[in-house]
Design a protein around this ligand. Sequence first.
Ligand code: NAG
Ligand code: NAG
Ligand code: NAG
Ligand code: NAG
Ligand code: NAG
Ligand code: NAG
Ligand code: NAG
Ligand code: NAG
Ligand code: NAG
Ligand code: NAG
Ligand code: NAG
Ligand code: NAG
Length: 548
Amino acid sequence: MKHVICILILCLVSVLGRVADIGQKDEISNVITDVKPLTQQSIINNTTVVKNDSDNTVHENLIHENNNNITKKTCGAHKDISDNLLDANHTETSSNEACEPEARVDNGTALILTPYLKEGRIREAKKAARVDAKPFLGFKSYSGFFTVNETYNSNIFFWYFPVLNKPVNSTPWIIWLQGGPGASSMTGLFDEIGPFTIVNETLKRNPYTWLHNHSLLFIDNPVGTGYSFTEHTEGYTTNMATYASHLYMTLYQFLQMFPELRTAPLYLAGESYAGKYVPAMAMEIHKRKDKLDVNLEGLIIGNAYVDPEMISHIAWPFYYFGLLEKEQIETVKPLIDSFQAEIKANRSIEAKNKWNSLITVLLFITHQKHAYNFLKDELPVGTYVKFLKTSEVKRAIHVGDINFGWVNMTVNVQLAPDFLSSTKPMFERLLEHYKVLAYCGQLDQMLPCVSTSENYRTWKWNASQEFLAATRFPYIFNNRLAGYHKTGGRLTEVVIRGAGHMVPLDQPASTQNLVARWTHDQPLSRRFGLLEGSFIQDYIRNNSIIYL
Ligand SMILES: *[C@@H]1O[C@H](CO)[C@@H](O)[C@H](O)[C@H]1NC(C)=O
Ligand SMILES: *[C@@H]1O[C@H](CO)[C@@H](O)[C@H](O)[C@H]1NC(C)=O
Ligand SMILES: *[C@@H]1O[C@H](CO)[C@@H](O)[C@H](O)[C@H]1NC(C)=O
Ligand SMILES: *[C@@H]1O[C@H](CO)[C@@H](O)[C@H](O)[C@H]1NC(C)=O
Ligand SMILES: *[C@@H]1O[C@H](CO)[C@@H](O)[C@H](O)[C@H]1NC(C)=O
Ligand SMILES: *[C@@H]1O[C@H](CO)[C@@H](O)[C@H](O)[C@H]1NC(C)=O
Ligand SMILES: *[C@@H]1O[C@H](CO)[C@@H](O)[C@H](O)[C@H]1NC(C)=O
Ligand SMILES: *[C@@H]1O[C@H](CO)[C@@H](O)[C@H](O)[C@H]1NC(C)=O
Ligand SMILES: *[C@@H]1O[C@H](CO)[C@@H](O)[C@H](O)[C@H]1NC(C)=O
Ligand SMILES: *[C@@H]1O[C@H](CO)[C@@H](O)[C@H](O)[C@H]1NC(C)=O
Ligand SMILES: *[C@@H]1O[C@H](CO)[C@@H](O)[C@H](O)[C@H]1NC(C)=O
Ligand SMILES: CC(=O)N[C@H]1CO[C@H](CO)[C@@H](O)[C@@H]1O
């Protein structure tokens, strides 16, 4: 029984780009029940503090239009700017007290940057966000929070690394969004593409970091994920419009602090459930491109969940990989049928529950612990959490005493109504303006390449024919076959050999190379000119006698 429960827990977090620790039952069940009421109601009912005062420039419209009647705070009104901070305690401050917002970077307080930006204190914000490089092998970085919903005091955590030894304003930059929903982008940072990783409890450089050729911005999204937080149960995200708008507000504020990135080519990247976040954020940027001065060039998705069609045939790859026999599929068929019926009826929450059950059963029958790489018994992920929770690190990255969970199940459950949403129509629009790299780890069972690939072939945009007609080439890296790639009509599809769900974790070297080449418009691999359809037809004609 325990086995099943553990697997169920695993499955609850399954489309995530990450896997829960087997055996962490207690932690997870705590998480599920921790939708707790706000402790300091007055903060919420009293976010509107004072109107602007003459001696301060308050920047209007910092936040998204929806928000523009909310907070105007000034020092002149003798309200501490920290009213907006997590531990706000409405203490009276005397009138002759300095009205500079404090850089509250100690363990006890999170660094909320929004109040600085509202007052145009950009330089101070940047200074406060600067991370002490000492605990991080000397890498320069910045971190902090941006408020995205003042009513519920919802704040998004970011950690930004400017590119090394290259001009920031012209080198491509990448925004990384983990899947989940509810998985922290710190997994992307420490276990996949960031400059350092934990090896045997020690921080080590990651030679395959994407930072060599890009500036990197990691965002914990949606609210409640990783170090991002909200103070109210209503603050959780339940739909695409909300996370799209929160991501946009985060970017808007971030660019005020780092305007040098406005000209640098921007790529939005993520895996798994980020197949929704990435295009949703891109659409928001696209719709507001007159207002937001940014140079969006493309989208990168890995083993992405874009459309319900991609998950509806989940049992078959188990069968084709030889893990499940036909008779077993027959046994599971009633569950498969009922899962597919929920998809057809567009019932998100029910479909998600049945999908969880189905994977639980498939893993149980096949005696697997997870479905992220069928050649690996264990996934070496999440070992960074202990390091990230140390006092020294928390102080350095300005997160105060905010709780960190590498997967927040509350976020995961709250977003269930979004489970069956599709971003396929968004990709169909975005491909007319931006390029898209869709890579796929071949050994993944959650979002297997065959399912994602078949879905891409149903996308209709003005150059879909070019994509369908394009030749697929071997992807050669270090003189070895590393996968396959195909490009047509701004869409590049790559299969990475020997990788599972988390491609940069399993094949870091080839993935690093692939992404850098793609963002720099370089050929991905040596070309093999003889693989066009017509040549293959000749080849079959000329050689068929050998085989028939
Ligand atoms: C705001 O205050 C009212 C009472 O004045 C209370 O009923 C309500 O629950 C509060 N709202 C929030 C979001 O705390
Ligand atoms: C805010 O400040 C501006 C310029 O200092 C002033 O014109 C305006 O009336 C003020 N608004 C309020 C609500 O005090
Ligand atoms: C804050 O979030 C709530 C719940 O999602 C939403 O109803 C409200 O409009 C948001 N407020 C703003 C200012 O965006
Ligand atoms: C924004 O303004 C409207 C109209 O003045 C008001 O009804 C609403 O409560 C305000 N929203 C917030 C979050 O203050
Ligand atoms: C808030 O201030 C009051 C009065 O100064 C104090 O008693 C209380 O402990 C403070 N609360 C926190 C959370 O700091
Ligand atoms: C980690 O430690 C174990 C045992 O001490 C050792 O066998 C292993 O080689 C180490 N791994 C690395 C990458 O250093
Ligand atoms: C999940 O997010 C909520 C809201 O920020 C937070 O209260 C809770 O502690 C988080 N859980 C974990 C395990 O991080
Ligand atoms: C599914 O339902 C959601 C609302 O719950 C709706 O927005 C969406 O358009 C529906 N999708 C389909 C394919 O009918
Ligand atoms: C800082 O956080 C650590 C644990 O993360 C805790 O042990 C310590 O007491 C905290 N320090 C302060 C000043 O809150
Ligand atoms: C597709 O549409 C975009 C935007 O209108 C245009 O720039 C592009 O050239 C078109 N591509 C093709 C192949 O027609
Ligand atoms: C990536 O950066 C490395 C180190 O600076 C450089 O050698 C390499 O050419 C770069 N690759 C691309 C595609 O720009
Ligand atoms: C709605 C609400 O709780 N408003 C309170 C805001 O704070 C002031 C004093 O700071 C109270 O008087 C209000 O009742």
